[in-house]
Design a protein around this ligand. Sequence first.
Ligand code: HEC
Length: 145
Amino acid sequence: MLGAVYGFVNAEETAIRTLPPHERVDVFVPLTPTPSPTTLPAPTVEVASTPSGSVIPVSWDGQINLIFQQKCIGCHNSASRMGGLDMSTYASLMEGGQSGAVIVPGDSANSLLVGKQQTGGHPGQLSPGELSVVLNWINTGAAEK
Ligand code: HEC
């Protein structure tokens, strides 16, 4: 009996022969393409290069209007205009308030808005981080876009 099993195991080669070691076996490959094309990854935000190449420019559209919306628009909107100042749009902000222009592009030291915020005690106060973003924005030209 043992001899028969031994003989069978050594003689039986069908399993090896039916699947030769080097025959290529394709994995399942669907013939139809997937219905929707693969969406391309979103392009990275392009930051315009500055002469120095080191300062990341901020803009009214990019960031500044959001900061002002959160902290200032409650009082400085087209209806209330406290201090004569409407900060709801770039154009109205640049028009200034009862004291005249509040933003001097390229010159934060002479911008009334900065002065008000640096003095402190204004009913709407920017955080030091927000103020530095605004300072950077004014000093790089206070661009709208
Ligand atoms: C709770 C209401 C309120 C909020 C919020 C507020 N302000 Fe004012 N703001 C006033 C009032 C009232 C005046 C007028 C009196 C004065 O000049 O302090 C004024 C005046 C100003 C002026 C002077 C305008 C001028 O021409 O004289 C500036 C600049 C200003 N605010 C900036 C800001 C900024 C920036 C923020 C947001 C960080 C802000 N304000 C948030 C009430 C507010």
